[in-house]
Design a protein around this ligand. Structure first.
Ligand code: TXA
Ligand code: MG
Length: 349
């Protein structure tokens, strides 16, 4: 069943949707970061369906979505002062915190058997309504087949997921477009396991300290131990191979991209800035304008959808302009490195 929330979702329909959740069904619902594919987090069988629908490895735990601070205390325990500060400052919002899991509440499948749980309180009103009226926490990963770019609008994911869920709730384009910042407090220091819209600077301001896990920009070895299982898996990638190109100096960046356009005899799609369109020499329809170089928010919001669009053209390679690893650029580069399976060229000035 498809519901267009913006146009006409009534209280009756909200009841139907929430009953599906309570009855162990899957739904696709909007959040401010990306769409989620959700199930009742207290129901092991329902959560099992998420792993099947996505083809998700069972060692990759899910985020549990709640609508109030009290609910955090129902599923997590031993919350420290630093954790409390982060919760107060960033929740609700595009922020996920890894907490000690309370015993005998959530089934093991949700947390992949770990003794911690990832908790998020979205600030999207549709998500909040669904969680509140379902009356249960909702386990939800991003709505996409495992490994593919996350869904940031319904038309991008409808074909790949519609047959696997009981309801799709269309809330328009995701306003942020990249998944939440994931943080775990280790020895009283907030460590960013997955960067997002909430930046290291913002976290430092609140907690007095912050670290970025070194795996945020590094490839994880096959048997390497990581803080977050999601770091190990292939992610955010279309079918076409992709390459990420970055030079601090803009002329060099354009030069390096044009060099590759020639190397692939024009059989490329370039995802680049508005300002570079005139300088990058590709044929009609082969340049995807991701927005101004000064507008990383637009980059974040549009990148997953544009990767899917680039894929449809079926070029030999998708060339993507990199951004400085600062602020929101940290999250963008973290995702793009995985999109490109670490095929990354950085021009040394
Ligand atoms: O914005 C978001 O966070 C979206 C929306 C739907 O809320 N959700 C999302 O979920 O991105 P997912 O499953 O695609 O990513 C969750 C990440 C994974 O990298 C997973 O490994 C990590 O969070 N994670 C979950 N539980 C964890 C835990 N207990 N310890 C460490 N990492 C955990
Ligand atoms: Mg995901």
């Amino acid at each position: 069943m498809y519901y267009n929330w913006e146009e006409n979702t009534s209280t009756e329909e909200l009841k139907v949707i929430c009953n599906l959740i309570k009855n162990g069904e899957l739904i696709i619902f909007p959040t401010e970061t990306v769409y989620g594919i959700g199930a009742n987090a207290l129901d092991a069988e329902a959560v099992g369906k998420i792993f099947i629908a996505k083809g998700r490895p069972s060692d990759n735990p899910l985020i549990v979505h709640v609508a109030s601070k009290e609910e955090i205390y129902n599923i997590a325990t031993d919350i420290t002062e630093v954790e409390e500060k982060l919760i107060e400052s960033f929740m609700p919002g595009p922020f996920t915190i890894i907490l000690k899991k309370k015993e005998n509440v959530l089934p093991d499948i949700v947390t992949a058997g770990l003794d911690t749980v990832a908790v998020r309180m979205p600030n999207n009103l549709i998500a909040q309504a669904i969680i509140t009226f379902s009356g249960v926490p909702i386990a939800a990963p991003s709505a996409n087949i495992s490994g593919k770019p996350s869904g940031t609008n319904i038309s991008d994911i409808r074909n790949e997921l519609e047959s696997k869920v009981s309801a799709i709730i269309d809330g328009g384009d995701s306003s942020i477009g990249l998944e939440s910042t994931v943080v775990k407090v280790i020895n009283e220091i907030p460590v960013i396991l997955r960067p997002g819209k909430i930046t290291p600077e913002e976290i430092r301001e609140v907690a007095g300290n912050v670290e970025i896990d070194k795996k945020v920009f590094e490839q994880v070895g096959k048997d390497e131990k990581v803080e977050s299982p999601g770091m190990k898996h292939r992610h955010y990638a279309p079918n076409t191979k992709c390459q990420l190109i970055y030079a601090k100096d803009e002329k060099n960046q354009i030069f390096e991209i044009n060099k590759r356009v020639r190397k692939y005899k024009g059989d490329v799609v370039v995802i680049g800035f508005t300002e570079h369109k005139k300088d990058i020499v590709v044929s009609e329809g082969r340049y995807i304008d991701i927005g101004s170089k000064h507008d990383l928010e637009a980059f974040a919001k549009n990148i997953y959808s544009e990767l899917r669009n680039a894929d449809k053209i079926k070029p030999e390679i998708i060339l993507i302009e990199g951004v400085p690893k600062e602020g929101l650029g940290i999250a963008i580069m973290n995702r793009l490195l995985r999109t490109c399976e670490y095929d990354y060229f950085e021009y040394k000035e």
